[in-house]
Ligand binder design. Structure first.
Ligand code: HAM
Length: 420
């Protein structure tokens, strides 16, 4: 029988990497709370309708990428492909409209999309998701972008590019859609197969097609800015002014339309040259009609999600610091058979005194135990043998300096604690 492996596109985050994730998540908490965003934990699966109605029936995510299944009660459920729709659902279900607005929340966790795996693209991946619900003030858009950038700065990421666009609203977008349809109809034969099928269902998505010929054609496509209604234009100008006020550099990108249909007005991404084809480390925008799409009242909102794997990838490539790698303070080495049990009790004492301590469980030689101490990057070893037990002492060795001392057993913890 062949051994079972993880499904394609999902992977284990091994201890060599997981401590780096912990660093990013801890920085996220710090930055989010500094901006007064509070953490929420959301379910990993939701009713399928939340996503199909919220994200949009004609999006790639809903059409091709969702992990949807029937549960034993024949209800259609979907592993969340993103967190924004769930945030809105949680806001409505928990009646957060009676809290002070905007309600500012963040979460982190795994998302699931059936995409073709490649560097920085997985079928299970983690997002850090930050949302502000209940305000249409353009300064909230600016705040959300500045939270993302504050996080990236805190983590030491450099050479990032902020791109921004306005995708209009239901008042002005239909006319723009029509303009695009007319323009692209004249080039229908030159478009890639995917874009041909997008022409009537979702012509805006043609604008961000990666195909070279489609890109050439979109160069001369009508510009969304000239189609924006007064309200969208004023909003967009205010967002750009706010960004300038905070000294945030950005590029306008009229092709940026994003892959989720709920966006209104602001759409933005943060790109990194370090990521190859999947160059977005973060994407977000405003979604003032998402709540209505899932059956709720009018609820403006804006937010972003950043890919955790992609953040770590950039940090590794740019040799950013992940803080201190977890290691142990002390490794207890048993010098002989009789001291093995006592070593276990000593390790327990040391742990109770606040030390990160470990020992051997495989009855290995002293030499092998020392090797373990080194490979676990322990700062000290503590040697315990028959003579030490009878004298009530232990021999401590500082592995960084080679210095070795005998101390009374009850003083071992305080000795090490004062030197780490
Ligand atoms: P998104 O652009 O689909 O937006 O995803 C946001 C980020 O998640 C991407 O920029 C990328 O870093 C990461 N990501 C997406 N798909 C994958 C994948 N297959 N593998 C690895 N990383 C991936 C959203 O999900 C929106 N909910 C963002 C948002 C929040 N808009 C408003 N609020």
């Amino acid at each position: 029988m062949s051994t079972i492996t993880a499904p394609r596109g999902v992977r284990d985050i091994l201890p060599e990497e997981s401590w780096k994730w912990a660093h990013v998540l801890s920085a996220t908490g710090k930055i989010a709370y500094a901006h007064s965003y509070r953490e929420i934990h959301l379910p990993v699966f939701e009713q399928t309708d939340l996503f199909s109605r919220g994200i949009g029936e004609t999006t790639d995510v809903v059409e091709k990428e969702m992990y949807t299944f029937l549960d034993r009660g024949k209800r259609s459920l979907t592993l969340r492909p993103e967190a924004t729709a769930s945030m809105v659902r949680a806001y409505l279900q928990n009646k957060m409209q009676s809290d002070q607005q905007p309600v500012k929340l963040w979460c982190a966790g795994p998302m699931f999309r059936y995409e073709r795996p490649q560097k920085g693209r997985y079928r299970q991946f983690w997002q850090i998701d930050v949302e502000a619900l209940g305000s249409d003030n353009p300064l909230v858009d600016v705040e959300v972008i500045s939270v993302a950038l504050a996080l990236f700065e805190d983590l030491g990421l450099s050479n990032l590019d902020v791109v921004i666009n306005s995708v209009g609203c239901p008042a002005c977008r239909p006319a723009y859609r029509e303009e695009l349809q007319t323009y692209f109809s004249d080039h229908i034969d030159e478009l890639c197969e995917t874009c041909k099928s997008r022409l009537h269902r979702n012509p805006l998505r043609i604008l961000d097609c990666k195909n070279e010929r489609c890109r050439e054609i979109t160069e001369n496509a009508p510009d969304i800015y000239s189609s924006l209604c007064q309200e969208c234009r004023v909003h967009f100008d205010a967002v750009l002014d706010g960004l300038r006020m905070l000294g945030i550099h950005f590029h306008l990108d009229k092709r940026l339309v994003r892959g989720l249909d709920y966006y209104t007005k602001t759409a933005f991404e943060v790109l990194s040259g370090e990521l190859g084809a999947q160059n977005a480390v973060c994407g977000g925008g405003r979604y003032d009609n998402l709540s209505e799409a899932v059956g709720g009242p009018h609820l403006p909102g804006v937010g972003f999600a950043a890919g955790l794997e992609r953040i770590v990838l950039i940090m590794e490539q740019q040799q950013c610091s992940f803080g201190r790698k977890p290691s142990i303070d002390i490794y207890v080495v048993s010098a002989d058979e009789t001291s093995r049990k006592e070593a276990f009790s000593l390790v327990t004492e040391l742990r109770k005194n606040g030390l990160k301590a470990d020992l051997d469980f495989l009855d290995r030689s002293m030499k092998a135990q020392f090797k373990s101490a080194v490979s676990k990057e322990s700062k000290f070893t503590c040697i315990l043998g028959e003579s030490e037990i009878s004298e009530g002492t232990v021999t401590l060795k500082d592995l960084r300096t080679g210095e070795q001392v005998a101390v009374p057993r009850q003083e071992a913890a305080s000795y090490v604690l004062s030197r780490i």
